[in-house]
Structure formats: C-alpha cells, structure tokens
Design a protein around this ligand. Sequence first.
Ligand code: TRP
Length: 455
Amino acid sequence: MTMRVLTGITTSGIPHLGNYVGAIRPALAASRVDGVDAFYFMADYHSLIKCDDPARVQHSRLAIAAAWLAAGLDPERVTLYRQSDIPEIPELTWLLTCVTAKGLLNRAHAYKAAVDANSEAGEDPDAGITAGLYMYPVLMAADILAFNAHKVPVGRDQVQHIEMARDIAQRFNHLYGREFFVLPEAAIEEQVATLPGLDGRKMSKSYDNTIPLFEGGPKALRKAILRIVTDSREPGEAKDAEGTALFTIFRAFADPDETGAFRSALHEGLGWGEAKQRLFERIDRELAPMRERYEHLMAHPHEVEAVLMAGAERARFIATPLLAELREAVGLGHGTVRPLPANDKDKRKKKAHKGPRLVSFRDGDGRFRFRLLSADGEELALSRGFDDPKASGQAIQTLLGGVDDLEIVLADGVLELRQQGQAVALSPPISVAGHEEATSRLRESLRELAAENDA
Ligand code: TRP
C-alpha cells in the first residue's frame, strides 16, 4: 500500500531560507522515500484570505512553484499543482461545510486570536473578520480529504487544522455510513530546525526578518546575511557559537565537520564580518545551481505552467471519481450502476461496506467514464470515455454481463480489459511480476459485482 503524503504552501510571499529548510527540503526528502506518493500544492485559494493584491498572489504562485522545481522536485514523481486548478476542492468544501459544527470553527486558533484582538481593542468581536478566515479549516480539510492523504507534514501551528480535518472526515463518514475518507495525520518533523531570522526570532514574513531563498540573486543573499544581528565582540575575541542565529543558520546548511570547524573558528576569535562571509559562501554553494534553474523558470513561466497543468490533471484523476462518489452518497448523483432501494439505509450501509464497486463520473474533458474500485478504495481499472452517461451505463451492463468472456491482457505496462476485441478499460500501471495477481483480482471483483447485479 502506498502512503499518500500531502502538503500545501500558502501563496502570499516569496520563499525564504526558513521555508527551504523547514518545508521544501524535508518535503523533497520525503518524496524520495519508496512507497510514498507525494502531493504538493500551492494553496492559492487560502492566500486570498490574507492577501487582496492580485499581482502578489500571481507572482507568489510562480515563485513558489519555481522554487520547488529548482530545489529538485521531480514532477514525474511528485504531483505538483495549484489548489485553484482543482474544482473538486471548493466543491468538497461545501459538502464538508454542511457537516461541520459551527462550534468547531469557533475554536480555531486563528479565528479566536482575531476575535480576542478585537475584544481587547474594544471593537465588535467580528470586526474585519471575513467568512474566509472563519472557513479556513474547512477549505484545508477539503485539500487533504479530496486526495485521501494519510500524512500531512506541517508546522506545529497547523496541527489543530489537521485535527479538525479528522473530525470533519469522521463526521462525514459517520453520517453517510461508509469510510469515504481516510483520517489524515499530521507529521511534524521534530528534528527539522526552525530557522532563526535576522533578529534571532523564528524566520517569518510576519516578523520581516527573512533571508530570501533565490529572489535577488547572490547579492540579495549576501546583503541579508550582513544584516544578521550579532553581539559586539571584536575580531580576536572568543565567541560562543551555540545559540546565535548566525551559527544556527550555518548548521542548517553544513555537515557536522564543517559545523565543528566553524564553531572552533568562532571560539578562536573569527570576526563576525568574516563569519558572515563564510556563511554566505556555504549557503551559496548549495543554492547557486538551484538558483540558475529558478531564474530560468521565472523567465519561462510557461514551463512551470505545463508542469502544474499536468499535476492538476493527475490530481483530478484521484479527486474527480471521489467527488462523484460523494455526490452520489449525499444524494446529488446522476444515477449510477444500481439504483439503491430507497428507505433502506441499513442495508445500504452493509452492502457498501464490503465489496468492490463501480463509480461513474464525468471527466475533465466532459466524457463519461467509470472506475472499478476495490473494497478498500484502490483503483483497479478505468474505463474508456463515452459520449453520454447512457453509453457508459450500457458498457457497464455489457461488462458485468460478460465477465467470463472478458479478456485481460498485459499491454504497455497496464492490463487491458477487452470485450469482443474492444478495449473497455485499463488498469493503472502494473509490474510484470504483479500482473497475474492483478488479473485475478480484477476478474474476481467483476464477478462479485456481476453476481450482485444479477441478484
Ligand atoms: N494552512 C497551511 C499553512 O499556512 C497551508 C495549507 C493549506 C495546507 N492547505 C493545506 C497545509 C493542506 C497542509 C495541507 O501552512
């Protein structure tokens, strides 16, 4: 079973060293672990909550995507996309909104902090607070649940949001009687350092103490490093490296040997000016090759666009059928395989719990397809596109009526389901070693569905 790891970055700024060390670098490492299916995205809908400057949002989306790619993200391996390219996310937001307790949202830290600040200032409690801020956790839950992510790497400040996503998912599952949603877990990387900024506090846009990652080139990097606050010890005086912002930042980029040498040099009296030069050189060594790529991408935004559009397509490949299922579950479906008996909720629950299922949906190109899912929701096959829902429904009936004559052949790394010589559906990519097992799973699942269909 693969593990889906998903995280988003709000597009309201330009990536800085703190983002790189705290989020980009660990997320890239996570994406390279075997068995991990990584989904990383630009949370641009979220950015509208804080930022009403279109130019800034636009630039930030590009800069963040370019930074990910420049830092080595492999778009073949990672699904990289923009939240706003996935219409299923706002759609799911509404379905979740309708099962979310208002009281839960009242307790969200960010909203509460805003209310408290108003009360302290003697203002109306909701002065200046948008419904967007209030709904922030639901939108974030939709980001996560639309892809059934297992693990969500986030900073400590976001843990409450993941807990809310779990709550909301649980409530939905309970109300509609099936495990539609995986309950996501926050992954907080304890070893990943929070990088201090110029003034020694956490590096953050809100403190205006950041060091830019790529923007402004080596010049801007050096200039910012020169502004790191140090004490007044002169060259020649012994300096205690531990706990200083300068040394902590150095350590985030250097290996233990280099770090040890730097610590000793400071102890032996290395001047702060010289130390800053060494810090600059060490960071620049890591960033220079990436910066070249970053600058190229910033100058060729259509290359980034192509990656993001492909990412959105891959992401929707997961979200579209899930939403079709959810619409169906809440009563907004268009009628699929077997109309279920009305007023028979208990029976529905039991049935839905176990076996494989077929889910019809309309894809991004407006064609009608169906998907065969195993009992635990794994995709077994995707049908070809049909012009209308009737044709798709007809194909399902033909498929289920002829499971015994169905040919399943391995072709180009996928299993092809053929009926009367015609390809009806394809499995996801499959290894040669696993194809026999996959073939029998497919056939078994279809047999089971055919039997239900006849019953
Ligand atoms: N709220 C997150 C932050 O500010 C960004 C975000 C939006 C996110 N949607 C998400 C993170 C979904 C993880 C999963 O850092």
